[in-house]
Ligand binder design. Structure first.
Ligand code: URA
Length: 209
């Protein structure tokens, strides 16, 4: 059964409140999302394996820990997921970045794939699938399906805000995918927007309203 890990750090919650405010402009919205992604990165990377190496400090020799070199891939769901890439890449510069393009059909509210480019060795990588909003779960499950088809085995889903309906959808289809979120909101409205949410994350990031 998948775990839902809610990152409740005060800095994350404070910054998320600023992002939710309707008068917060694109520049601040973008910066806040990057900052929150970095803070969430602390939780998401908590179990990465370490190994010991011998080093020389200016004072003497010691055995010290470094990341064991587990290969990672950051995969944003376009377009809003792009807003979570910089935060992760600045923490894990060696990670490769794939992209999955899905848009939500305005009539059916179902995801339609229009782009997919992933690292060739995706099957050997731990995948961080990122999208600020987990609403119906349609895009997330479509992206997970695509990743699985391309050979990805270990996938974590990282969202900023989730609706209970989206968590349930991922939960029922992919019980082995853990979900990291900063907030689980109340519900979806009739247009499948998260309530209270923060509106359309892509429009707010890119100023396209
Ligand atoms: N996508 C968004 O950007 N916002 C929502 O509330 C739901 C889906």
């Amino acid at each position: 059964m998948n775990k839902v890990i809610i990152t409740e750090h005060p800095l994350i919650q404070h910054k998320l409140t600023l992002m939710r405010m309707k008068d917060t402009g694109s520049k601040d919205f973008r910066e806040l999302l990057t900052e929150i992604t970095m803070l969430m990165g602390y939780e998401v990377t908590k179990d990465l394996p370490l190994t010991d190496i011998e080093i020389d400090t200016p004072v003497g020799k010691t055995n010290s820990k470094i990341l064991a070199g587990k290969k990672l891939a950051i995969v944003p769901i376009l377009r809003a997921g792009i807003g979570m890439v910089d935060g992760f890449v600045s923490l894990i510069p060696a990670a490769k970045v794939g992209h999955i393009g899905l848009y939500r059909d305005p009539e059916t509210c179902k995801p339609v794939e229009y782009y997919c480019k992933l690292p060739q060795d995706i099957g050997e990588r731990e995948v961080f699938l990122v999208d600020p909003m987990l609403a119906t779960g349609g895009s997330a499950t479509a992206a997970i399906e695509l990743l699985r088809e391309k050979g990805a085995k270990n996938i974590r889903l990282i969202n900023l805000v989730a609706a209970p309906e989206g968590i349930e959808e991922v939960h029922s289809k992919y019980p082995d995918v853990d979900i990291y979120v900063a907030s689980v909101d109340e519900k979806l409205d009739d247009h499948k927007y998260i309530v209270p949410g923060l509106g359309d994350a892509g429009d707010r990031l890119f100023g396209t309203k």
